[in-house]
Ligand binder design. Structure first.
Ligand SMILES: Cc1cc2nc3c(=O)[nH]c(=O)nc-3n(C[C@H](O)[C@H](O)[C@H](O)COP(=O)(O)OP(=O)(O)OC[C@H]3O[C@@H](n4cnc5c(N)ncnc54)[C@H](O)[C@@H]3O)c2cc1C
Length: 337
């Protein structure tokens, strides 16, 4: 157990927040021992790889770094397998493991930073695939009582960058310890229609792609588009893409005929938040240590030395100008702790 521990290397924004107390969990059975040693705190913050959090200068109480390991095939069906994964496994390493086994389902989610345990929390998604598409169930520990509880996909109520664990109270109640995935063994349902995946596969003259080929394309696209957080602190998309009424969008289109959108359902569409922010002139703009990334306005970056409050204040200015100009509310995707 550490006291006054610097979390700088445990969040991808690189914020030098200080945890009052800090410990690492490698196995679910260690949890009760660590909590007892910390005097059974009433509150704690679970951290995976800190790629979706914005931390204040001081994090009071106990911070637990989740490093529960293990990847096991627990069931085989004719066309799919169920894989149980320890929640502290690195997400991208898990993706690579599935590719080595010839399994399909999460190839489009390659290179997303973070742990497997955080993946259901905001139903991670990229290039037309979401976590919910491969989710079987999860095991969570109510850390105050030590009781284990299982959650099915229905229980989790997955939506766009959403699950019930986004609720602050529930998020602070459960330690997600193991996630079960259903992955295809053959006859994979590959999704190559999103972004430039198909174009790259064509360039590489791959006419019958395997999951590993799709992952390779996704990795290439992501590397070109997003800043490396090891060099330029960030947490990926800072805001969610707002979902608006079709009538509202049609009105907006009269002033901005080039406004992009993606259909959600018959009533609503999603507007790329990056486009809205870009229109307000924020792309590449910097205030002090914080700015909007030059190649993608939706990514807020720490040029070095920024505090969590500074990043938050910058993001609030960005959101206020989008609200002022378009009447659209931007919701944070990143968790302000
Ligand atoms: C460069 C970059 C690109 C990204 N691209 C994408 C993308 O394409 N799609 C996407 O969806 N996301 C993306 N993200 C966001 C991020 O990678 C995901 O949200 C990821 O799942 C966060 O994992 P983590 O382990 O770092 O979670 P953390 O940031 O450590 O935690 C996030 C939240 O989950 C809670 N939490 C973490 N682990 C547990 C657990 N085991 N039990 C209970 N609560 C827990 C934390 O308390 C916190 O509230 C990106 C981030 C970066 C930096």
């Amino acid at each position: 157990m550490h006291t006054n521990y610097n979390l700088r290397f445990h969040n991808t924004f690189g914020i030098p927040a200080v945890a009052e107390r800090f410990a690492t969990v490698h196995h679910p059975e260690e949890l009760s021992v660590i909590l007892a040693a910390a005097g059974n705190p009433q509150d704690l913050l679970l951290l995976g790889e800190g790629s979706n959090v914005l931390l204040p200068d001081l994090v009071p109480g106990l911070v637990l770094l989740n490093r529960i390991q293990g990847i096991d095939i627990v069931r085989e069906r004719p066309r799919e397998v169920i894989v149980a994964v320890g929640s502290g496994v690195n997400w991208h390493q898990f993706v690579l493991w599935t590719l080595r086994q010839g399994l399909g389902g999460i190839e489009n989610l390659a290179l997303i930073p973070g742990t497997v345990g955080a993946s259901p929390i905001q139903n991670i998604g990229a290039y037309g695939v979401e976590l919910k598409d491969v989710f079987e169930e999860l095991e969570a520990i109510d850390w105050r009582t030590g009781k284990k509880q299982r959650f099915t996909a229905e229980d989790c109520q997955f939506g766009y960058r959403f699950s019930i664990f986004k609720d602050k109270e529930l998020a602070r109640k459960f330690y997600l310890s193991k996630i079960y995935f259903k992955l295809t063994k053959g006859h994979h349902h590959l999704n190559t229609s999103y972004g430039a995946i198909q174009e790259l596969l064509d360039n590489w003259q791959i006419s019958e792609p395997q999951p590993a080929d799709v992952a390779a394309a996704v990795i290439e696209i992501r590397r070109a588009k997003l800043p490396d957080w090891r060099q330029l602190g960030n947490a990926g998309s800072f805001f969610k893409n707002p979902v608006v009424d079709r009538d509202f969008f049609n009105n907006l289109r009269t002033d901005y005929p080039q406004a992009p959108s993606y259909p959600v359902d018959e009533q609503s569409v999603k507007i790329p938040a990056g486009w809205l922010i870009d229109q307000c002139g924020w792309k590449g703009k910097r205030i002090g240590n914080v700015g909007c990334y030059s190649a993608q306005a939706l990514v807020i970056v720490n040029y070095g030395g920024a505090s969590g409050q500074e990043v938050l204040a910058f993001s609030e200015q960005v959101a206020a100008s989008v609200l002022d100009r378009f009447g659209v509310v931007l919701e944070r995707e990143v968790n302000w702790v």
